[in-house]
Design a protein around this ligand. Structure first.
Ligand code: 5GP
Length: 201
């Protein structure tokens, strides 16, 4: 059981690292976020995100269905509580790819179970290069993402780990190590139960 939060700017290589590392982490649940942002080419509804409109998202906020949500680049992004609870109850490692605001909320609510890692290219200049060579986004979107990256990096010291992604193989190895450690976390409830038992012996 445990929660692993991954944050970092778009273009940091998060998806490639996750794709290669997660098959090596055993029983995991990768949290599928809900978003109001337009679907990109190649993205599948229900796999990469649950794509919804603003009205439906705001309804879910009112109903208290989100563990956390945030506005990023003018769109809503949120994590539904239900599947996360179910996965934790099954003893799985739950992985979130969320922004720094989301990390703050998860740490506040589920800090005992949370391990976090921030992933970034080695420099801002390199991030700009990567985003500009990725043809999927308009230049206005790229500028927004860069602006957001400059804001997000300020929160680096709130994270347990930093992966500087200048070598994908190395970054994947580091991620697997962090994920394995994240699985070893005990919740406060588990610690209390253990202490009770331990004291009775
Ligand atoms: P993208 O539009 O590139 O898929 O994601 C933009 C940003 O939104 C990324 O930094 C990503 O980590 C963040 N994000 C995705 N899902 C969630 C979520 O459920 N909650 C929060 N707080 N951020 C999210």
């Amino acid at each position: 059981m445990g929660i692993l939060v991954i944050s970092g700017p778009s273009g940091a290589g998060k998806s490639s690292i996750i794709e290669r590392a997660t098959p090596r982490l055993g029983d995991i649940y990768f949290s599928i976020s809900t978003t109001t942002r337009p679907q990109r080419e190649g993205e599948i509804d229900g796999v990469h995100y649950n794509f919804v409109d603003k009205k439906s998202f705001e309804h879910d906020i009112k109903e208290g269905n989100f563990l956390e949500y945030a506005r990023v680049h003018d769109n809503y992004y949120g994590t539904s509580i239900k599947p996360v609870k179910e996965a934790l109850a099954q003893g799985k490692l739950v992985i979130f790819d969320i922004d720094v605001q989301g990390h703050g909320f998860v740490r506040n609510r589920l800090g005992d179970l949370t391990t976090s890692v921030f992933i970034t290219p080695p420099t801002l200049a390199e991030l700009k290069d990567r985003l500009q060579s990725r043809s999927t986004d308009s230049s206005a979107v790229v500028s927004k993402r860069i602006e957001n990256a400059i804001f997000e990096i300020e929160a680096l010291n709130e994270y347990d780990f930093l992966i500087i992604n200048d070598d994908l193989d190395k970054a994947v190895e580091q991620f697997v190590t962090i994920g394995q450690a994240a699985k070893l976390k005990y919740s406060n409830d588990e610690i209390s139960a253990f202490l009770k038992q331990w004291n009775n012996l």
